[in-house]
Design a protein around this ligand. Sequence first.
Ligand code: NAP
Length: 520
Amino acid sequence: MIETLPSFLAGAWQAGSGEGSTVADAVTGETLCRVSSAGLDLCSAVSHARGLGGPGLRAMTFPERSDLVKAVALALSERKQELYDLSARAGATRTDAKVDVDGGFGTALVFSSLARKGLPDGRIVVEDVAPVRFGREGIFVGRHVLTSRPGVAVQINAFNFPVWGMLEKLAPALLAGVPSIVKPATPTAYVAEHAVRIILEAEVLPPGALQLVCGSIPGLLDELGGQDLVGFTGSARTAATLRSNAAVTERSVRLTVEADSLNSSILGVDASPGTPEFDLYVDQLVAEMTTKAGQKCTAIRRAFVPRPFADAVAEAVVGRLAKVVVGAPGAEGVTMGALVGLDQRADVRAQVERLSVDSEVVFGDPDKVDVVGADPDRGAFMSPVLLRAGSDARTPHAVEAFGPVSTLMPYDDAAHVVDLVARGEGSLAASVVSHDPDFVGNVVLGVAAHHGRVLVLDRESAPESTGHGIPMPQLVHGGPGRAGGGEEEGGLRAVYHHLQRTALQGGPSVLEAIAARGSA
Ligand code: NAP
């Protein structure tokens, strides 16, 4: 019998009833589990978090919470092989799985360390170390304090990063003293469920600090109010549904959205064939197209190149893509795994068809691919697909094919490429690959307002560069407009996001005494 993936609510593992959704192995097509939350009491999960998890976390100081986050990370690190094995069933190669799993616990470790160094040995953060004076005598001053919200953080994640996506939200919430209810995406909920199981079995968190719902969350948002938070990663369509929920529109639940993104990579006008930057650009584009089979929110969807170099770039990228071996994770020679499922592949194929309205496929057949170590009819395999479009094409700036798909487009000069990039209406990440400081300056300052992160890549930074597609926990991850308008990570900013900033006014000694109360 196919088992229903359990949720962990109000201190107990419990499975939903009914048929739910069936999740299949991305490689073999074999049914793995059902996912259903029908009949589960999500309301009691919220009161459990508020009544037990929150008080337990808030009783701890920031350094104590930093230790918790570290312990969570170490527990996952010790059992990472189990998560790699499960990730392979979702189509991820070992390299892909490391991006998610090691990236996940690595992110938690960074948050722990940042908190240890940057947060006080207490339970509140006091800003304005020199209080703001309002009068000549300085007997009436102001300063800001950040205190823990006595609420709950509901974290809704996308399917592509079941571990990293969870930890980048969970770590700052724990540090802020806010309990979490994690809701993974159905296609990879079994990976997230196992990660939560590992954390809970390590017995490092206070009761109620972490709960998990596998399946949909009907009515959960109805329970939320002004002290609660929702962190969402996923499609713009789901984001729009959440934005219009009364929890957000009427009760001001703090909602953060990370959504679709048509990220760009720009080859500099100086980076002709034969330069190190030309090769770096091609390497990076191929890596972004094939890592996690292109199912990365930050993957390069639009590749802009100077018009005179367009043919040379296309030729170099096609040459590299021809060497990509698609197949079962772990099979001999495989360099790219499967998409997460057949539905996802159908969606990517449909989006390639939409892109083909004004773009031409120059590499890859979206409907056919040679596969190593698996049955191509049962697994969700797809060839990398490179398209080329003119600089007046519209669809590359509007359609996100969430798979191994990218479109190459020419531009004429810095102003032109800035205009083209902006047509994406807000993205998570852009990269500028150039060794010409003037060009880099013009383009970076031109595109910065449209992005949450801009990476400059050249021969000097390349050896240490973390690459276009990897958000770093110390830096902001998010983007304006289409990308959702949210900010995650960004070091301690993510912790502050979970706290309430309150302006205090009064005499200096009273305010000093209040600040001291927040110390350990
Ligand atoms: P999705 O269909 O929007 O699902 C995202 C999450 O929302 C899932 O957990 C899903 O649960 C849940 N959900 C769906 N309907 C809901 C509702 N009415 N109320 C509450 N939760 C609901 O997106 P996806 O297909 O998983 O992810 C792919 C998309 O995410 C892509 O467009 C990609 O660009 C974007 N993405 C963005 C980032 C980023 O950081 N900006 C990162 C990764 C992915 P179920 O699965 O159970 O339906």
